[in-house]
Design a protein around this ligand. Structure first.
Ligand SMILES: [Zn+2]
Length: 445
C-alpha cells in the first residue's frame, strides 16, 4: 500500500467529521504534507497519461514520460491553458464519467469554458472547505444563508458541500433582489452569510436601514472586493468579512482567507500551486494542478491570476503550516504595459481606496494621447461631491503610493483625462471590465 492509498483510507474511514479533520490538521507537519503531495502528483500525471486524450497527445508532443514526472518543473515548457479548454472538445480532457457540469463566468471570448466533476469529487472538496471554514469560526450549530447565483456557476455548490460536510443548517436565498433576500433570510437569523460582493453590498445597504442581527462572519467570493467595501460591510454587520478565492477549474477552492486576513491559505493536499516567472517582487501568474480529481483533473493550469506568496510573517491560525497566497492583483490578460507603467486593476484600487466621494465602479481606458499614452479614468461621482477634490486626492495618492508613476507623470510621459459619471451608470448590470487598452484601435473609436 503506497502512502497516498494509506492516507486516503485513513482520511475516509477515520476522519469522518470536520472536528476530527481539524484535530489532525493541527498536527500535520510540512515534511509529511510535501511527501504526500508529491506522491499524489505522480499518481495524477500517470492517470492523465492513461485516460485523457488531450494529455496523452501533449505528453508525446513535449517528450514527457509520465512515469518520470515528479513535480511541475519536470513538465518543462508544458502548461494547460484556458484556450485549450475552449478549443478542444471536453471529451479529450475526461478520464471518467462526469456527473456535474459548470461554466466559467466573466469571459469575454464568446465561448464559455466548461468544467466537469463527479459527486464524490464535490463531496471531497466540501470536506476540505469545511476545515477552512472551521478556521474562520463556522461550527455545526451555525445557521448559514447563501446568496450565490445558481446559473451555471460552481460557487453555490462549493458552499453547499462545505456546509453539508460541517453539518450546519443551510438556507439558500440565492441571487434574489437584495430587499427580498434580506427580509426572507432574516427569519432564519443566519449566523453566517455567504455571497458575492456586489449583491452583499446591496443587502448590507438594506440592513443598514432596517437593522441587523448577530452574525459571526460573512464569507464573500467570486469577485474582487475593495478594502473600503469590506470595511463598510463589516461596520454595518459588526462582523468580520472574509474572502474565498477560487476558479471553476478548481471548484472555486484555490484558497480561503486566513482569519488574520493576511492572504489565502492553500491546501497542499488538494492542489500543487506555483507562481510562474515571478518578477523581482515575487509577483507572477499562479499555476496549479488539482490532486483530488479523477474525472477532469487539471495539470499545471495557467490561472491568468497575478499574485505572489504572502510575505508578512507567519500567521497563528489552525492552518499556519499551509502556505498563503497574497491578494490577487490582476489578471494576466488585464495587465497593460503603457507609459504609466505595467498597470493592473490593483493600481487603481490602491489609488481610489480612500476616496469615498466616488463609487467602487470605475473603469480605465488607455488611449493614444497627443504625445504619448492618455489614461482615461472613468469614475462615478456621488451626488453633491466635488470632481476637483477627487482629482486632487487621486494625484496625492499616486504621488504617495506609486512614486515612479508620479515622476513619469510630472515629466509628461503620459496624461490623465478624468471623466465623471452618475452612480450606477458604468457597469449597466454587467461585470465591469476594469482596464481597456484602446490604443490598438483608431483614434475615433
Ligand atoms: Zn492563517
Amino acid at each position: 500500500m503506497n502512502l497516498d492509498t494509506l492516507f486516503g483510507y485513513f482520511d475516509h474511514h477515520l476522519l469522518r467529521t470536520t472536528a476530527s479533520r481539524v484535530r489532525v490538521a493541527r498536527h500535520l507537519k510540512s515534511g509529511m504534507v510535501q511527501r504526500l503531495q508529491r506522491s499524489k502528483f505522480q499518481i495524477l500525471v500517470r492517470h492523465l497519461g492513461r485516460h485523457s486524450r488531450f494529455y496523452r497527445e501533449k505528453f508525446r508532443e513535449h517528450g514527457i514520460q509520465p512515469n518520470k514526472v515528479r513535480c511541475h518543473a519536470d513538465l518543462g515548457g508544458f502548461f494547460t491553458t484556458s484556450d485549450d479548454l475552449r478549443q478542444r472538445p471536453i471529451e479529450d480532457f475526461l478520464c471518467g464519467r462526469p456527473e456535474f457540469g459548470f461554466e466559467t463566468t466573466g469571459t469575454s471570448m464568446g465561448v464559455n469554458k466548461r468544467v466537469y466533476f463527479s459527486y464524490s469529487e464535490m463531496v471531497e472538496y466540501g470536506r476540505d472547505g469545511a476545515v477552512g471554514l472551521w478556521n474562520l469560526g463556522l461550527r455545526p450549530d451555525d445557521v448559514v444563508a447563501d446568496g450565490f447565483d445558481y446559473s451555471f456557476w460552481n460557487a453555490p455548490f462549493t458552499a453547499f458541500y462545505t456546509i453539508q460536510a460541517m453539518r450546519a443548517f443551510h438556507v439558500i436565498g440565492a441571487f434574489v433582489e437584495p430587499r427580498e433576500f434580506y427580509e426572507r433570510v432574516r427569519v432564519y437569523k443566519p449566523t453566517v452569510i455567504m455571497g458575492v460582493p456586489t449583491h452583499m453590498v446591496r443587502v448590507t445597504e438594506v440592513a443598514e436601514q432596517d437593522g441587523v442581527w448577530p452574525v459571526k462572519f460573512l464569507l464573500l467570493g467570486g469577485e474582487n472586493l475593495s478594502e473600503r467595501t469590506r470595511r463598510y460591510i463589516e461596520s454595518v454587520w459588526k462582523a468580520k468579512v472574509y474572502l474565498s478565492y477560487g476558479q471553476t477549474e478548481a471548484f472555486g477552492a484555490n484558497g480561503i482567507e486566513c482569519p488574520d486576513k493576511g492572504g489565502y491559505h492553500v491546501s497542499d493536499l488538494s492542489l500543487v500551486t506555483d507562481i510562474d516567472q515571478p518578477d523581482e517582487e515575487g509577483y507572477g501568474e499562479m499555476v496549479y494542478s488539482t490532486l483530488n480529481r479523477t474525472v477532469m483533473p487539471m495539470l499545471r493550469y495557467r490561472s491568468a491570476d497575478i499574485t505572489r506568496w504572502a510575505t508578512d510573517g507567519p500567521c497563528n491560525c489552525l492552518l499556519k503550516f499551509t502556505p498563503r497566497l497574497a491578494k490577487i492583483v490582476g489578471r494576466s490578460d488585464e495587465l497593460i504595459n503603457c507609459s504609466m507603467g505595467n498597470i493592473s486593476p490593483y493600481w487603481f484600487e490602491e489609488i481610489l481606496r480612500d476616496i469615498p466621494q466616488v463609487t467602487d465602479d470605475w473603469q480605465v481606458v488607455v488611449r493614444r494621447g497627443d504625445r504619448d499614452d492618455r489614461i482615461e479614468m472613468h469614475l462615478e461621482l456621488r451626488p453633491g461631491e466635488s470632481a476637483a477634490d477627487v482629482q486632487n486626492h487621486v494625484f496625492a495618492n499616486i504621488q504617495e503610493r506609486f512614486p515612479d508613476c508620479w515622476r513619469y507623470y510630472t515629466k509628461k510621459f503620459f496624461e490623465f483625462d478624468f471623466q465623471f459619471h452618475e452612480p450606477h451608470s458604468l457597469a449597466g448590470g454587467r461585470k465591469l471590465r476594469r482596464l481597456i487598452d484602446a490604443r490598438t484601435r483608431s483614434w475615433n473609436d
